[in-house]
Write a new protein. Structure first.
Length: 576
């Protein structure tokens, strides 16, 4: 299923399970022990915790009861709605959750083969460019015989609690999951690229054209198996988890579980009627019904839709935290949307295939300006170009380019408390067509990301044919860290790092000399050329265009000897 999977902390699931079965002992994970250190950064917060295996909590434990569903998850005594919301989205995609929960049939409790149970499970997450296989034992924290953290509706279903434990192990402890970004979990579950959408900045509530365009984007991501989350921004501490009159909660992550165009009317009228509603379905990880506005489960608006359509949409009055909204209302209340795209790189797919380039790099602070690779953002003009630089080509007349910059996580530091992410971002400069060495003078900036202290920053941009340099940076100079740069284009971009400052000296340098001068020639256009009619005079416009070609090409020349001066006179009949 994967090209390669790395064993987290060197623990091989198959080896450990075989050893347990041979010894007759249930697995106890020495890397994530059943102690308070695996729960908290600095001391117990919830009182006496008893670690229990599922068979100590019920008679007939299972990974899944009646399959896997977004309804299975309920948030426990931890502020990790971001993680639970991502799990809810994951549960709706069979092809995705089977990557996170590999060999799920083999891992399931088997009443017919009780001797196959060894108290060991494993799960997989995409971490900083590679899939890692995380082994855990099944001892879970309980208080008064109840699971403390994530749990299922069914008391004998444990997939959500076990996935949460494996995720907590990656981050160092359970408390490290208290407060986070849903986008990070979505990427960890898929290896996709998360795109944040600011609904306020885009004025989606008032701009109908932009709102309809956004809905089509959301629908496309959903239909192509992407994962989606949303939230209502809390601007103050008092605002966190404040409930609005319509029942929605601020500062709370919701999982988007469906996106559809719903026909109005009944029977043939509905089939031929052009009017459709743009609808989106969400789930609250708390498992509580809350949205009380139009198109809530018991509202009269559903009478406008046929019974078969309602059944197909799963509209029932259940206290499971899932509800539908009209997309107009969604944009009126929600402020932030996260689209986690699964970037298709398979040539066998019927959908658009992207070419992916993956670059690993580091921001390293050094005193020597030529060796320093931590120059800060463009505000720091004297050091900005000392950052790592990556060149890539756009080979089509125009191409949509996706760029994702991810810094290595600093969250998993349980002994020192949560690590703080750096504020990161990147700029894109259009450079000379023959650029092979590092930039030492800023060129034409054509795009740039925001700077934010999140794990990832993303940019989607239409770029014209040419050569470009991406400069990933921290906001302030002198900061250090590792990063992963992913570039997606329609055709191969030949992305690579620029490492040399100037042409290298070779054995021929002594004989032929070393470049003493660098000249940049920018050919913009030409006028007054003698065009040639290749169409028998039938296309006068083509002939005129041949006389006035537009180039807009820049090239660099490294000059070794200068014997004469060349003067360029710019007028309407000369090269411009």
């Amino acid at each position: 299923m994967f090209t390669s999977v790395k064993a987290f902390e060197g623990q091989q699931y198959s080896t450990l399970k075989r050893q347990c079965l041979q010894s007759g002992l249930l697995f106890e994970d020495p890397r994530f022990p059943a102690t308070d250190d695996s729960l908290f950064h600095q001391g117990n917060r919830i009182g006496r915790v008893v670690w229990k295996r599922p068979r100590e909590l019920c008679e007939d434990p299972h990974l899944f009861v009646d399959g896997i569903s977004a309804h299975d998850l309920h948030q426990g005594q931890l502020g990790n709605c971001w993680f639970v919301a991502a799990c809810s989205s994951l549960a709706s995609r069979e092809s995705l959750w089977q990557k996170v929960i590999p060999d799920w049939k083999e891992q399931e409790w088997d009443t017919e083969k009780p001797d196959s149970y060894a108290g060991i499970f494993h799960f997989r997450f995409w971490r900083f460019g590679e899939w890692v296989d995380v082994v855990i034992d099944d001892r879970l924290p309980t208080v008064d015989n109840q699971l403390v953290y994530c749990h299922s509706n069914d008391s004998n279903e444990f997939w959500s609690a076990l996935v949460e434990k494996a995720y907590a192990k990656v981050y160092g402890c359970y408390e490290a999951l208290d407060g986070g970004n849903t986008a990070d979990a979505l990427v960890d579950f898929t290896g996709g690229v998360s795109e944040p959408v600011d609904l306020l900045e885009g004025q989606m509530a008032t701009d109908e054209a932009s709102r309809n365009q956004l809905f089509e984007r959301v629908l496309k991501v959903h239909n192509r198996d992407g994962l989606i989350s949303c939230s209502i921004r809390a601007t103050t501490v008092e605002d966190m988890e404040a409930r609005l009159d319509c029942g929605l909660v601020k500062g709370h992550a919701y999982a988007v579980t469906d996106v559809r165009k719903v026909r109005l009317g009944h029977g043939l009228l509905a089939f031929f009627k052009s009017e459709k509603l743009h609808m989106i379905r969400m789930r609250n990880p708390w498992g509580e019904k809350e949205w009380s506005g139009p198109w809530s489960d018991s509202s009269e608006e559903w009478n406008k839709v046929s019974k078969s359509e309602r059944e197909k949409l799963g509209v029932t009055v259940q206290d499971d935290g899932e509800f539908w909204m009209n997309f107009d209302d969604f944009c009126q209340y929600f402020t932030d949307l996260i689209l986690c795209r699964l970037i298709n790189t398979s040539y066998l797919s019927i959908h658009k295939t992207w070419e992916e380039e993956v670059m690993r790099g580091s921001w390293i602070h050094r005193q020597d300006p030529l060796r320093n690779r931590s120059g800060g953002c463009i505000n720091h003009k004297t050091t900005f170009l000392q950052n790592p630089q990556y060149v890539f080509d756009v080979k089509k007349v125009e191409d949509e380019v996706l760029i994702c910059l991810q810094q290595k996580e600093k969250r998993a530091t349980p002994k020192e408390g949560k690590g703080e992410n750096l504020a990161i971002g990147f700029d894109i400069h259009r450079v000379e067509l023959n650029r092979k060495y590092r930039m030492h003078t800023a060129q034409q900036k054509v795009a740039g990301s925001i700077y934010i202290n999140s794990r990832c920053v993303f940019l989607r941009k239409e770029l014209k044919e040419g050569r470009y340099v991406i400069i990933p940076t921290t906001f302030d100079p002198g900061q250090q860290g590792e990063f992963l740069l992913r570039v997606f284009t329609d055709v191969p971009s030949d992305c690579r790092e620029l490492t040399l400052d100037d042409p290298p000296q070779t054995c021929w340098t002594g004989m032929c000399g070393y470049p003493q001068l660098v000249t940049q020639v920018h050919v913009v256009s030409a006028e007054g050329l003698q065009g040639q009619d290749t169409n028998g005079g039938k296309q006068e416009n083509q002939e005129e265009n041949a006389k006035k070609p537009q180039f807009n090409h820049i090239n660099l020349f490294y000059v070794k000897f200068v014997f004469l001066c060349v003067f360029f006179f710019v007028n309407k009949n000369k090269l411009k």
